[in-house]
Ligand binder design. Structure first.
Ligand code: PMP
Length: 302
């Protein structure tokens, strides 16, 4: 394959039919988003949101891009803004992994850290404050930009239908901004209203009514209900403890040769729970958003 730019490598990731013990002879298929060039599902989002900003006249040659992020969105945004030569400032709560922060800087982005205790809300506020002081700046704001779910509605969701070629019994995905879940769930329900949609959060996230507290599972978990959830049917919300997510991360490396991050571990733990209550021979589709290699400093395999 001859290419001219890494942007050509975004999307069309493989869907793996996991060869593990699954209740009721069902199958779990996982979209391997680590195979995007920036190493996560968020490369799709960065490319889509920046193009959307250009198309809507919000971004020109001298616009400064500012975005609050847990890291993967920052890498995805920087991968695209680099191609357009746009100054990029990423606002990241300091708790998020060292590797992701290094990669954002390597791509040429400027990084601003906010205190971990202030959570993602602290980073959102800081990004808005910075933007107010920079002329011709644009904040894509993944947490409320309709281009976020649209990125997945138009790319990843149709790929799932095409990759599998058979009806999907259930779709399971974690939520951070909620864009992945909302965009894909909406598309799949339109294609087949019988497909069940299950959203996954770690303990310490508020979707199931639990109190907010810190968790080790990185990339998923919400401090507020994502606005995108208003437009999509959610059939079930599963709360997965950190320990269950990390246990699946280790199993996937040991038995499948797959190096996935903790949000993928949570997605698998949830998919296995769903398989227990679904009929025999169900087809459960999930998303593995990134690789464990960006969490080595957090001792993901210890
Ligand atoms: N997993 C990882 C590793 C992530 O970085 C993110 C995004 N924060 C998600 C899952 C959740 O994706 P979304 O923001 O689309 O809900």
């Amino acid at each position: 394959m001859l290419i001219q730019s890494v942007s050509q490598l975004i999307g069309h990731t493989p869907l793996i039919d996991l060869q593990i013990d699954i209740p009721n002879h069902s199958h779990i298929y996982a979209k391997l988003e680590m195979f995007n060039p920036g190493g996560s599902i968020k490369d799709r989002l960065g490319q889509y949101m920046i193009q959307d900003g250009i198309d809507r006249g919000k971004i020109n040659d001298s616009t400064t891009i500012i975005e609050p992020t847990a890291g993967n969105t920052g890498i995805g945004v920087a991968l695209t803004t680099q191609q357009h030569g746009l100054r990029t400032i990423l606002v990241v709560p300091e708790k998020f992994s060292f590797e992701k922060q290094q990669l954002m800087k390597a791509l040429g982005a400027e990084l601003i850290n906010t205190p971990s205790e202030l959570g993602i809300k602290g980073a959102i506020k800081k990004a808005r404050d910075i933007a107010a002081n920079i002329e011709n700046s644009y904040v894509p704001m993944q947490f409320e930009n309709p281009a976020n779910p649209a990125a997945y509605y138009h790319t990843l969701a149709p790929e799932l239908i095409e990759d599998l070629g058979q009806p999907i019994t259930a779709f399971v995905a974690g939520a951070g901004s909620g864009g992945t879940f909302a965009g894909i769930a909406k598309y799949l329900k339109e294609q087949n209203s019988a497909t069940q949609t299950i959203v996954v959060e770690p303990e310490g996230s508020i979707l199931n009514g639990g109190p907010a507290h810190p968790h080790r599972t990185e990339g998923i978990g919400v401090e507020f209900v994502p606005p995108f959830f208003k437009e999509v049917q959610i059939d079930q919300t599963l709360t997965i403890p950190d320990q269950a997510a990390f246990s699946q991360v280790k199993q996937l490396a040991r038995t499948q040769g797959l190096f996935v991050g903790s949000s993928s571990g949570a997605a698998l733990a949830a998919s296995l729970q769903v398989a227990e209550r679904l009929p025999q021979n169900s087809r459960i589709v999930t998303v593995f958003p990134d690789s464990s290699e960006r969490y080595m400093s957090e001792h993901i395999y210890d």
